[in-house]
Design a binder for this molecule. Structure first.
Ligand code: 5GP
Ligand code: ZN
Length: 119
């Protein structure tokens, strides 16, 4: 673990359990925890255990990690009772999208009427 991008990455540290963050769910390749600054009544981050900087950086052999993340998002949504009202899953890739943490993650948002716009 000598890669500084991984050693210093806040989400790598969280997924390794170094910061004591409570996981609301886990799967083989991802963990789920509440966003520090929630933008909806339910705002959970789905984060791969391995360091992948953004969606564009998913390697050809690693798409099962992203699939596992989406599967976990749907499971967490069910556990939070969101399947009736609905929910949104998004990922920000790069500055135009407002990505602030350079470790792939999916936002699960729900628990109330969400803003209509996506852009
Ligand atoms: P981005 O803007 O990169 O798509 O999303 C990063 C998200 O991570 C933001 O919503 C921000 O609130 C959240 N975040 C950043 N640092 C931490 C942290 O240390 N703990 C938690 N739980 N969320 C964080
Ligand atoms: Zn990382």
């Amino acid at each position: 673990m000598n890669d500084p991008a991984v050693t210093d990455c806040i989400f790598c540290r969280i997924t390794r359990g170094e910061l004591g963050t409570e996981f609301v769910a886990e799967s083989e390749h991802n963990v789920a925890f509440r966003d520090l600054h929630p933008q909806a009544p339910v705002h959970v981050l789905i984060v791969p255990r391995q360091h992948i900087a953004a969606l564009r950086d998913v390697g050809s052999g690693d798409w099962h990690v992203a699939a596992d993340a989406l599967s976990l998002a749907a499971r967490v949504a069910a556990e939070y009772g969101l399947h009736d009202g609905g929910y949104r899953v998004i990922t920000n890739d790069g500055p135009d999208a407002g990505q602030t943490v350079p470790h792939l993650h999916f936002h699960l948002l729900g628990g109330g009427k969400l803003q209509a716009g996506l852009g």
